[in-house]
Design a protein. Structure first.
Length: 320
């Protein structure tokens, strides 16, 4: 395993977002220099304001669909809206961000010989017919549906990563992230964990889409960031794709009940229509992460929800 030397220069795209801000924090704590690039589409300055002032931290407002010329040793490419509400708001920009963003960051990696990491997603498996999902499963994605801008954008980004690896010998690291939650999720971003917690804390109805029997596996952010760091530090022949996620699988109705219990809220559960192409089930096969990264998540759903609830209790939810 390669260790982290002092003053490694690391670019984090999407660094002002939910996952990116935790990653920047962790990289700074390890002694690296961090260049955080973000266009603030879904990320906010608030997520990283505690890092501003650290002499090893630099913030650049920039859209990754445009070229970027900087000198770095490693690149974590996270720029892309992640919640269905946000990525469907401007779907053309979502595809551009994934595809043109990947081309620009891969071009940058090629020129600087930087190692480059891609935050891909379990959405590449679409509405999966294989359960749980191993990396070898090619997926079941509707290429023309409302989720396609995200799913196909991320699939094309993976293609680009592997072609730059084969054609230009780039050192690549591709992970597929399964639903991850925690402090600094945007309260209005529409994802299920943030929606349910915010609704419970505000005494609003809890919105269950469909019958609530669809499943997801929820990973706490600290576990995910640990997996990201291990992936970047792994030997060059570990290119991925590697699934990172918590294998605990819950029905959405179970999540709603857990949130009600842990917040002590009296909110009512209501049913709303299931969005088109909403995957019915999702659970990672994490055998490869265990074997190659010696990684396994440590924070269970109950503990992770408690920490996330504490965060949402500390922010102004009126602003969402
Ligand atoms: P997020 O929306 O909080 O973060 C995305 C960040 O990218 C934001 O700060 C946003 O402003 C920035 N961004 C968007 N378009 C950009 C552009 N064109 N140029 C520069 N910056 C841009 O979401 P997140 O949950 O932190 O997700 C981070 C990454 O992880 C994304 O690539 C997402 O696809 C991936 N991912 C997340 C999850 C999850 O459950 N959280 C699951 C699978 C994959
Ligand atoms: N690029 C960039 N920063 C760099 C080098 C390249 O943003 O430091 C962009 C550049 O805009 C280019 C893309 O990355 O379009 C792909 O670069 P590559 O060298 O692979 O392709 P080419 O320049 O030959 O089209
Ligand atoms: N969901 C829900 N109520 C909400 C938000 C989401 O029932 O208020 C459901 C959604 O239909 C999906 C699951 O929760 O089945 C996870 O949704 P999310 O948007 O968090 O992520 P996805 O995994 O679908 O990208």
């Amino acid at each position: 395993m390669q260790g982290y030397s002092l003053n490694k220069r690391i670019l984090v795209t999407g660094g002002a977002g939910f996952l990116g801000s935790h990653l920047c924090e962790r990289l700074l704590a390890e002694g690296s220099e961090v260049l955080c690039v973000d266009n603030f589409f879904t990320g906010t300055r608030r997520n990283i304001e505690h890092l501003i002032g650290n002499p090893r931290f630099e913030l650049l407002r920039h859209d990754v669909t445009f070229p970027l010329y900087v000198e770095v040793d490693e690149i974590y490419n996270l720029a892309c809206p992640a919640s269905p509400v946000h990525y469907q708001f401007d779907p053309v920009q979502t595809t551009k961000t994934s595809v043109m963003g990947a081309i620009n960051m891969l071009g940058l990696a090629k020129r600087t010989k930087a190692k480059i990491f891609q935050a891909s997603t379990s959405e590449v498996y679409g509405d999966p017919s294989v359960h749980p999902q191993p990396e070898s499963y090619w997926g079941n994605v509707n290429p023309i549906g409302p989720r396609a801008c995200y799913d196909e954008g991320k699939r094309c980004a993976e293609t680009l990563f592997f072609d730059y690896h084969r054609q230009h010998d780039l050192r690549i690291k591709v992970i597929r992230i399964f639903n991850t939650y925690g402090p600094r999720m945007h309260p209005g971003d529409g994802r299920v964990v943030s929606n349910f917690i915010v609704q419970a804390l505000k005494g609003e109805d809890i919105t269950i889409y469909g019958d609530g029997n669809q499943t997801r596996s929820f990973c706490y952010v600290d576990d995910l960031v640990e997996g990201m760091i291990r992936m970047m530090a792994s030997p060059d022949d570990v290119t991925g794709p590697v699934n990172l996620g918590n294998a605990g699988e819950f029905r959405i109705s179970e999540l709603a009940e857990a949130v009600l219990r842990l917040t002590g809220s009296n909110s009512k559960l209501i049913r709303l229509p299931l969005p088109q192409d909403d995957p019915k089930q999702r659970k990672p096969d994490t055998t490869i992460a265990e074997r190659h990264l010696d990684w396994a998540p440590e924070v269970g759903l109950e503990e992770g929800l408690k920490r996330t609830i504490a965060y949402f209790q500390s922010v102004d939810l009126g602003a969402r």
